[in-house]
Design a protein around this ligand. Structure first.
Ligand SMILES: Cc1ncc(C[n+]2csc(CCOP(=O)(O)OP(=O)(O)O)c2C)c(N)n1
Ligand SMILES: [Mg+2]
Length: 438
């Protein structure tokens, strides 16, 4: 296996993606060696989790050393020790702290949102607890100009790119003043100003969009990269095939970022595929497939950044498999104790991405307990203010239900609306009473 170190140093402070500047295109990375052919075999979930075991030492290499090993790339040991060599210095203090705070924000927000759901103040929520390093590390690798085609666990990416918390919460509460205005399921965010396309429940459709965005950008000579997110379950969808195949054929500037959290609702990844790894699937499409420790925020950041830079420089797509774990239920409607072993969950709790980064920062003298408490207080206060702001927004008016579908509601929609209003004892307001097309 050939190793190639990451040449670029960490950028200076990039507290918000909106402040990020596109970097000059680097030289295209060398094409990686083809992987060993995948052995078709079936392993039970526990064995698969062991094989993915983030406890094993892994090469501290850069993204360019992709396919030759099943071992994920890792730069932070679970105890926070730095595994990078002389050519892989640890991240600059400001970036390191920003990544930590970003992960903390996602964790705290998830906890508060689940509480709101349990209190009946929102109908549904999907947590990403345990996946914060995959989410924030990859988000930090894209510039503000790049485009995000999210799956369902990347609300944290939108927040990293500047989505106001009040808007995120208003979406879950189906309030007016938020673009989806109750027409979407809770937790399906959209953020136009952040180049973050609307989340869709339909697994893997966003990957075709990511390839399309990337191709359009290349035709327009726009130096952006599209980041298409997916879960392990999405690799079984036909859209996965279409997106990866055409991205590679046309060398589209796209990065497919797979959060392999080991489960697709109640289906373990060992029943999802007989392929040795998910990264190995990239071989068939003619693109590099990189495995990274998805609970190591620094490794995720470097690997994704290398893939983004490679795409921007004309090198074509990369598939990144980030090994992580969905610690909670699939959503607030799910009870994972019905189908998985609590010992498996406990094992992954030991590999918590936030604990790992905290140990690293503490060992470097960059983080103290009072500092972290300060971050927490600040984040919790921001969430509390955002909840108050979102709850103060009105619900969408009942007669606005048929808007935002066609330029003018069809006669059938108008009849349905009038039926609804009659049952509510209301009358339709003139069409101009509601805003269109937000
Ligand atoms: C095309 C399609 N098939 C099935 C579903 C039902 N469904 C919703 S989420 C999900 C599992 C997704 O698993 P994965 O891709 O691993 O993402 P994760 O939820 O683990 O983040 C399924 C099967 C769907 N929404 N769309
Ligand atoms: Mg999954």
């Amino acid at each position: 296996m050939k190793k190639k170190s990451t040449k670029k140093r960490e950028p200076a402070k990039r507290s918000d993606a909106a402040k990020a500047r596109p970097r000059p295109p680097p030289k295209p990375a060398r094409r990686s060696a083809p992987a060993a052919p995948a052995r078709a075999r079936h392993v039970p979930a526990a064995a698969h989790a062991r094989r993915n075991g983030a406890t094993k030492p892994a090469p501290a290499a850069s993204a360019a050393s992709s396919l030759a090993s099943d071992e994920p790339i890792r730069l932070l040991a679970p105890d926070g020790a730095w595994l990078g060599g002389a050519k892989d210095p640890p991240p600059a203090p400001e970036l390191a702290l920003e990544l930590f705070r970003g992960m903390l924000r996602v964790r705290l927000l998830d906890g508060r949102m689940l509480n709101l759901q349990r209190q009946g103040r929102i109908g549904f929520y999907g947590q990403s607890t345990g996946q914060e390093a995959a989410i924030i590390g990859s988000a930090a690798a894209a510039t503000a100009q790049d485009w995000i085609a999210p799956a369902l666990r990347e609300a944290g990416v939108a927040v990293w790119r500047g989505l106001p918390l009040a808007r995120l919460i208003a979406q879950c509460m189906a309030r007016d003043g938020e673009p989806s205005r109750g027409r979407q399921m809770p937790c399906h965010h959209t953020f136009r100003a952040g180049n973050f396309i609307s989340m869709s429940s339909v697994i893997a459709t966003q990957l075709v969009h990511a390839t399309g965005i990337a191709l359009a950008a290349r035709i327009r000579k726009d130096p952006i990269v599209a980041l298409g997110y997916l879960g392990d379950g999405a690799t079984s969808e036909h859209d996965f095939h279409s997106a990866l195949n055409f991205a590679a054929v046309w060398k589209a500037p796209v990065v497919f970022f797979c959060q392999n959290n080991q489960w697709a609702i109640s289906v373990p990844v060992s029943r999802q595929t007989a392929s040795r790894t998910l990264a190995a699937k990239a071989v068939a499409y003619g693109m590099p497939g990189v495995r990274v420790d998805g609970n190591d925020v620094v490794a995720v950041h470097r690997v994704t950044r290398a893939a983004v830079e490679r795409a921007r420089a004309g090198g074509g797509p990369t598939f990144v498999e980030a090994l992580t774990y969905r610690r909670m239920g699939h959503s607030s409607s799910d009870d994972p104790t019905k189908y998985r072993d609590s010992a498996e969950v406990a094992k992954w709790e030991q590999l918590d991405p936030i604990d790992r980064m905290r140990r690293h920062l503490t060992a470097r003298g960059l983080l103290t307990k009072p500092m972290e408490e300060g971050f927490e207080e600040e984040i919790q206060a921001a969430i509390s203010a955002a909840i108050t702001e979102a709850e103060a927004l009105p619900e969408p008016a009942a007669d606005s239900l048929v808007e935002d579908v066609f330029a003018e509601p069809t006669p059938q929609l108008v009849a349905q609306r009038d039926d609804l209003l009659r049952s509510l004892g209301q009358r339709a307001a003139p069409p101009s009473a509601h805003a269109h097309g937000r």
